[in-house]
Design a protein around this ligand. Sequence first.
Ligand code: UTP
Length: 291
Amino acid sequence: MKPVRKAVLPVAGLGTRVLPGAKTTPKEMLNVVDRPILSYIVAEGRAAGIEHFVFVTGRGKGAIEDYFDHHIEMESQLEAKGKTDILADIRSDLPKPGEMSFVRQMAPLGLGHAIWCARDIIGDEPFAIMLPDMLMHAPQRPALAQAMDAYSQVGGNIVVVEPAPEGEAHKYGIVALDGQDGRLNRMTGMVEKPAPGTEPSNLFISGRYILQPEIFKLLADQQKGAGGEIQLTDAMFRLMAIESFHALEYEGTTYDCGDKIGLLRANVAFALQREDLGAAARKAIMELLRI
Ligand code: UTP
């Protein structure tokens, strides 16, 4: 079984659900408390053993490359003022030489197309996909690390899932399972945004995957699916005919930061969990709610 060393982070979407903010700030760079969402995602990947991050970027996403590079003037100012804690925090996000690649998706034709753009950098090895607007809080073990554990158990392709909120399954990619026994189950199908009442389960695909490189051959024909976009789910469904797929119901909570309320919830939840800010955040929320 080949190890999973690389992760693809597609960041070329328009982020229409969080406009107008996402017009000049990539949605993946919006702050949750005091750092961009991508900072949490890269930390999660590193904790799972990812050695190389491939960002699929697009027009207007230059802030992402700048974030993962030195800001010489700022760093020397912080150094001169003795603000060593902040300096160390800023530098903790910087990549090791060669740890990150950036490839351009020339038009946002869909998630499947974005992943296909990374094919040459990934090559012929299994790889992870991390959807950077899906922020996962998993205090016991980071979400992608849980997927890696499942991969070393059963190999093949792993899709991380979680129960959709009541009545919302039709908004997501939903998996069909060959029975449910524990958290790791063989998949028999998946469907993107099923019509209400036709969902094969309540488990939605929540934004972390481990896939075999054969997916690229299936993405190459650029078939359009739901919403006129080249969908990753469609290619995965075709790959399922020749390779095994397991769904892992991970332990943790997902915040959809590509959505206004999801982003707000992530900010509140992450602030409440912070040792340095939790008490003040709780006080501020109670004041706002006049509790
Ligand atoms: P979304 O489904 O959230 O799409 O993509 P979006 O276009 O960014 O957002 P809305 O729906 O317009 O609000 C999930 C992830 O895949 C990336 C996005 O940047 C996001 O991180 N993506 C999506 C691409 O990189 N390219 C695409 O063509 C589509």
